[in-house]
Ligand binder design. Structure first.
Ligand code: KIV
Ligand code: ZN
Length: 527
């Protein structure tokens, strides 16, 4: 049996002079977050995210839903064997096969948890499960007991709990705790609840469920009405001891509560919440960047805590106030959440050590090999640009780490021409193995379209472009242009990312990144 590293804590909200309560952060970026359309990650990416979550102090990492696919199973198992400081959790429905698979996947972890769930609301009972209340209680007990036979640390979630009748919710929760659940998670599955309702529901559970003190109460809120963070904090105010959340708030539909927001709310308003977490807040921005790079889901500029504008003061009155006393308009410091103090950093005379140091401050620890490649690219870029900003460094580093896909095809050279009233022309050379392949293409709406055609012609892989976005990594006209694209290949979506000061080059690199993912995804024999 695996031992949980954390012990059950009192769920009573602290007040007055009591010590702050420690709130567990349960990150579900790799499970609920990965359910965001287009956010799927490969094994190497999931491992990298898990390692970052561990290094930032996440208590529990929900690494996936092992029964969902062989890929999910393999990822949870790999994370379980490489992450040592966080508890690794696998999700399961209340069915033997699910629970057995979850245990197989998490059992190698130093600390493992099985998370079983079963819907309890009338809507779900009647239309989805077609089960009576008695059957639900029976199934929940059986699921928790089976999980408990494997693992000490068992979480039970009554799915759609926030729309479940109070009496029935109390009955299921009491039965699940009796059966051995050590955490009871109360999800607002459809993002319907309001903060006052959440507060009342958690208070009701603490008052009415006789064995509630034997389990940690947890909150899991979706953001359909934009209230996931407020609802999670209301649950904490009512005694919840665990928050389930995701980096950048990614997740099903409108997403989940954003980890960075709940953490900074409790840190900044300790006077109000009297709570702490184990999260190193200076890792929040690097984590946000990694997730947005890995999933291709960009963070809006005005996003709280990690958005590019979160600490930007535009109005003259605000700037004047800031210069006189920062606290006039700033309730947190940008350094606290991982933005670096200075943005203008390196130039072409900067050395490898300075680059490694800068990358580290920005949240990336590079291997010697990665550093060598990034340094080479840095020198080339520094020759083109006078000043290198953090955004440039991040783009270079992330391009390197997003190369967690085996490079079947890489760019050797291209010549492009186009003009008003003239069709585009692209002559492209790619390499695969030791061979170079060149194609000249004179078709398409413009140079970008022609580059797409040329890549397809050489690689023999035809895709449908579903999304194409260009973003400048920094300010200025010599900024790196980062291309993010989503393509459809045989009904599956693949992402690609590429960065360069030349948008045609970024596009070719993004396209090759997507094609290399497609190849990596194919069975070996059909490559
Ligand atoms: O939103 C939800 O109800 C879930 C459960 C599986 C916890 O994600
Ligand atoms: Zn959810």
């Amino acid at each position: 049996m695996s031992q949980s590293t954390t012990t059950t804590e009192s769920d009573a909200p602290a007040s007055g002079h009591q010590e702050p309560r420690m709130i567990r952060i349960f990150d579900t970026t790799l499970r609920d977050g990965e359910q965001s359309p287009g956010a799927s990650m490969n094994l190497a990416e999931k491992l990298e995210v898990a390692q970052l979550l561990e290094s930032m102090g996440v208590d529990i990492i929900e690494a996936g839903f092992p029964i969902a696919s062989p890929g999910d199973f393999a990822a949870v198992k790999a994370i379980a064997s490489t992450v040592h400081h966080s508890t690794i959790c696998g999700l399961a429905r209340c069915s033997d096969k699910d629970i057995d698979a979850a245990w197989e996947a998490v059992k190698g972890a130093r600390s493992s948890r099985i998370h079983v769930f079963l819907a309890t609301s009338a809507i779900h009972r009647e239309f989805k499960l077609r089960m009576s209340t008695d059957e639900i209680v029976e199934r929940a007990i059986a699921g928790v007991k089976r999980a408990k036979a494997y693992c000490d640390d068992v979480e039970f979630s009554p799915e759609d709990a926030c729309r479940t009748e109070h009496d029935f919710l109390c009955r299921v929760v009491e039965a699940a705790i009796d059966a051995g659940a050590t955490t009871i998670n109360v999800p607002d599955t459809v993002g319907y609840a309001t903060p006052n309702e959440v507060f009342d529901r958690f208070t009701m559970l603490r008052n009415r469920v006789p064995n509630m003190d034997k389990a940690v109460l947890s909150t899991h809120c979706h953001d359909d009405l934009g209230m996931a963070v407020a609802n999670s904090l209301a649950a904490v105010a009512a005694g919840a001891g665990q928050i389930e959340c995701t980096i950048n708030g990614i997740g099903e539909r409108a997403g989940n509560a954003a980890l960075e927001e709940v953490v900074m709310a409790m840190k900044t308003r300790q006077d109000f919440f009297h709570c702490n977490t184990r999260i190193d807040s200076t890792r929040l921005v690097p984590a946000s960047r990694l997730i947005s790079k890995t999933t291709g889901i960009q963070v809006q500029r005005n996003k709280a805590i990690v958005g590019r504008n979160a600490f930007a003061h535009e109005s003259g009155i605000h700037q004047d106030g800031m210069l006189k006393e920062r606290s006039t308009y700033e309730i947190m410091s940008p350094e606290d959440v991982g933005f670096s103090k200075t943005d203008l950093v390196l130039g072409k005379h900067s050395g490898r050590a300075a680059l490694a140091d800068r990358a580290k401050t920005l949240g990336y620890t590079l291997t010697a090999e990665q550093l060598n490649t990034v340094f080479e690219q840095f020198k080339v870029l520094a020759d083109k640009k006078k000043e290198m900003y953090d955004g440039d460094i991040v783009a270079l580093v992330q391009q390197q780490i997003s190369g967690s896909v085996e490079e079947q095809w890489s760019l050797v050279d291209y010549i492009v021409s186009s003009g008003k009233g003239r069709g585009p022309s692209v002559e492209l050379t790619l390499s695969s193995g030791d061979e170079n392949f060149t194609e000249k293409v004179e078709q398409g709406d413009g140079p970008i379209d022609a580059a797409f055609w040329a890549v397809e012609k050489i690689t023999g892989i035809e895709v449908v472009c579903k999304d194409y976005r260009v973003r400048s990594a920094t300010l200025g006209r010599d900024a790196i242009g980062e291309v993010n694209l989503e393509v459809d290949y045989k009904g599956r979506t693949y992402r690609g990312v590429g960065s360069s000061t030349d948008t045609v080059e970024s596009t070719i690199m993004a396209m090759l990144n997507a094609i290399n993912r497609i190849i990596a995804d194919r069975p070996k024999t059909s490559r």
